[in-house]
Design a protein around this ligand. Sequence first.
Ligand SMILES: NC(=O)c1ccc[n+]([C@@H]2O[C@H](COP(=O)([O-])OP(=O)(O)OC[C@H]3O[C@@H](n4cnc5c(N)ncnc54)[C@H](O)[C@@H]3O)[C@@H](O)[C@H]2O)c1
Length: 398
Amino acid sequence: MPTNPPLNRKLRMALVGGGRGSFIGRVHATAAVLDNRCELVAGALSSDPQRAKDSAEDYDIDPDRACTSYHELIEKELALPADQRIDFLSIATPNHTHFEIAKAAVEAGFNVVCDKPLTFDLAQAEELVKVVNDSGVVFAVTHNYTGYPLIRQARQMVADGELGEIMAVRANYIQGWLTDKLEDDDQKQAAWRTDPKKSGAAGCFGDIATHAYNLTRFVTGLLAENISCNLKTFVQGRKLDDYGHAMITYENGAFGTITASQISHGRENDVTLEVDGTKGSISWRQENPNELWLRRNGQPHQLYTRDPNASYAKPVTAESCRLPAGHPEAFFEAFANIYRSAFDNMAARIAGQNFEKVDTIYPNVFDGVEGMLFIQQSVNSSQNGGQWLPLKHELARR
Ligand SMILES: NC(=O)c1ccc[n+]([C@@H]2O[C@H](COP(=O)([O-])OP(=O)(O)OC[C@H]3O[C@@H](n4cnc5c(N)ncnc54)[C@H](O)[C@@H]3O)[C@@H](O)[C@H]2O)c1
């Protein structure tokens, strides 16, 4: 099959962030090229100009297209002939920079893949939606857990009524890496995540509870109504929360809970999702992502594996797999599934075809807004003793 039909060429990518010593930029660069549908041709890889230049060779980016800022990057790309210019820009920088970079890229007409949380605060996210709507670009947000084949399977099982009416959903994201005050040692990832000027209003809740919340929305499709939250900072002197839990009520009367921790000894990236329906319940764990359990009272527990050829595999599940069952797929492949789905729309847009903007299989700018509302209301609720607050946004997808 040709690459990116109807374009029949690779898409050209720029990366912002991802310089030496950073984390998720390298994941973006790897996931984006996994299906041979794009090439990384330009970058503004670091906030440090020299490191931005030096890091370019790690990605085989031509020195001419290794920029010291996103401004320079966008300016240079716009000056290139259209058949050399980037098609999209990926943002893998700390939270406080997402808005300005995304806005500039969208206004320049480039498609965007932005990491979460979408912006620094809700106002920025709402502003960004307007800019995206005006431009018509493809805008994906890497809530990458939604890219797991069995998460997409779970979503389709809920949509097909296999669990009945959804009564409850529980999602946890449990880590332990911030049990020590790493920010005092200037550990790069810890330093900005615990700094309210860079991370945003929440620490742990902005960083990882947003993923858990997004996962509940993605799989159940339930619209949240209200939230009550308690956040706590257990490590003395830390400026933002490192633990928290939230209760959520949904429009259909369902209950939800989210717990997120960065201070649980020995815990790595333990994202779990459990959904209770009137006909059955499911559970999934990202540290063992190729298994999904379905349980019904009085019946043997059923283990769904990531098997694209299984009779129970939904079309979306099969399409989200690259390997036969039993060969473990994991974080990179799930991340690549976000890219893969966004590429379909980018190719359509560039070819002048219509494409879906709201109800996309990949998380988009509207999901980003919901994530920012979740963070804002979690913090507001917690500051008011767990007061119940509205969690409904007019832009939330139905
Ligand atoms: N989706 C996920 O699973 C996931 C995982 C980790 C991080 N993230 C998100 O990705 C983002 C980056 O996190 P990280 O852990 O990789 O951070 P990091 O500190 O490891 O890396 C950030 C990189 O961005 C660069 N940078 C900062 N400001 C810049 C600017 N203005 N222009 C160009 N480069 C700039 C830094 O120099 C560094 O190279 C955050 O928003 C975070 O929430 C998402």
